[in-house]
Design a protein around this ligand. Structure first.
Ligand code: PLP
Length: 431
């Protein structure tokens, strides 16, 4: 029995069966590669679902962990430590927002954002404003697995088994301005979006839709919440994906001088501390009026270790000009995928920004087959929303890695097309 077999047998008996894992045992990593128990390398184009921003065994992360672990790993939020102020300085600068709260994960950050939005509406009502408690979320959204986050996540499979969910959530058709206008009223306390939907299939909001969401929210004093858990911290070539959206039509009181459509609240997590769990909620000074001591908190959130690593990762991204690198390699990736799409008609769309990239194929079966075939060639990707091949590689990806992935995809799609053309030969027919 191999070590993997032993582990699988124990997990099958002792763990809740929440995951359908691939049968690989990873024991290490280096650069853009994961390494399995036999020492075999895998090109990781998923980076722990958008987490390992600097790849594996990056000296900046190793040093930050070593240094901080010799000083202080955990205190509590009852006392000060050196990390939160330092990190908040960077995050407020990079998001254009004023105040931060630190959590541990994405869903927990989003949960904090929802609570903050409802608390702000409560405060505004107490001041005489006419504002309700309803959340308008988007179809195909994904915000996490805890109750509030799950309740604002679109797909029924994530919500229905756990009913009743948190009340007061309605879903608007994605990028449909008429539906947004029709559903918006003074009952709404916040509009909830991802600037680029992640699990929903790497789908960017249109400029017009985000501008309208901003304008509608500002017109009643409702809030605009942008979830940047997957798309933030450099992933798209800017610190936040909303920074790709120029100001157009947002009333002056909410459109800040930053030059992009500014949310009232944003959330960060995944790549924030390069693999160490950390989440953050950022908000405006105005919204922060809704919170006072004791209303919200966490034992672990914003601990010294996670903050020290996040600071080191952010400083490294700046020092090395990684945002420009992400844009450059990401553009190359999309361009190569488009060239591939021109030769393989089963690729029906290529989209994304920076190193948040997708190639949509014409069937769920083909999507699954491509992921499995890439794995056989030691390249890790996944397929989201049934048909969307998703690439969220580490920020240190180079063009040569893109070429490796494109060559593998080309070979797989050629093979699949040949099988589809001659199904009697025993191949898999994807159409
Ligand atoms: C946009 C978005 N929000 C929230 C989450 C939840 O994050 P976590 O899995 O860290 O709870 C995810 C996770 O995929 C996400 O992509």
């Amino acid at each position: 029995m191999t070590r993997l077999d032993q582990i699988r047998a124990i997990e099958a008996k002792l763990l809740l069966p929440t995951y359908d894992r691939n049968p690989i045992l990873f024991t290490g990593g280096e650069g853009v590669n994961l390494i399995d128990e036999q020492g075999q390398r895998y090109l990781d184009l998923l980076s722990g679902i958008g987490v390992n921003s600097l790849g594996y065994r990056h000296p900046v992360i190793e040093d930050a962990i070593a240094r901080q672990s010799r000083k202080l790993i955990h205190t509590s939020n009852l006392y000060y430590h050196e990390g939160q102020a330092e990190l908040a300085l960077r995050l407020t600068e990079h998001t254009g927002l004023d105040r931060a709260f630190f959590a541990n994960t994405g869903t927990e950050a989003w949960e904090g954002a929802l609570k903050l939005a409802r608390a702000y509406a409560t405060l505004r009502r107490s001041e005489g404003a006419n504002i309700g408690t309803k959340f308008l979320a988007l179809e195909q959204s994904f915000h996490g697995r805890t109750y509030g986050a799950m309740s604002t996540t679109y797909k029924a499979k994530y919500r229905e088994p756990f009913a009743p969910v948190v009340p007061g959530v309605e879903f608007v058709r994605f990028n449909d301005i008429d539906d947004l206008r029709a559903q918006f009223s003074t009952d709404v306390c916040a509009i909830l979006v991802e600037a680029i939907q992640g699990e929903g299939g790497i789908r960017p909001l249109t400029q017009e839709f985000l501008a309208e969401a901003r304008a509608l929210a500002s017109s009643t004093g409702a809030l605009l919440l942008i979830d940047e858990i997957q798309s933030g911290m450099g992933r798209t070539g800017k610190w936040c994906a909303y920074q790709h959206y120029g100001i157009s039509g947002a009333p002056a009181d909410r459109s800040s001088s930053v030059g992009w459509i500014q949310p009232d609240i944003t959330t960060l997590a995944k790549p924030l501390a390069g693999g160490v769990p950390l989440g953050a909620v950022l908000c405006t000074e105005e919204v922060s009026r809704a919170i006072h001591a004791g209303m919200h908190g966490t034992t672990f959130g914003g601990g010294p270790l996670a903050c020290a690593v996040a600071i080191a990762v952010i400083d490294h991204i700046e020092k090395e000009g990684l945002l420009a690198h992400i844009t450059e390699v990401g553009d190359y990736f999309q361009q190569q995928l488009r060239t591939l799409a021109a030769r393989h008609e089963c690729i029906v769309d290529v989209r994304g920004r920076g190193l948040m990239v997708a190639a949509e194929v014409d069937s769920a079966e083909l999507g699954k087959t491509v992921v499995a075939e890439m794995l056989k060639r030691h390249i890790l990707i996944n397929c989201t929303s049934d048909t969307v091949l998703r690439f969220l590689p580490p920020y240190i990806l180079e063009r040569a890695h893109v070429d490796t992935a494109i060559a593998a995809l080309d070979a797989i799609l050629t093979e699949q097309a040949a099988h589809a053309a001659a199904p009697s030969a025993g191949g898999q027919h994807h159409a």
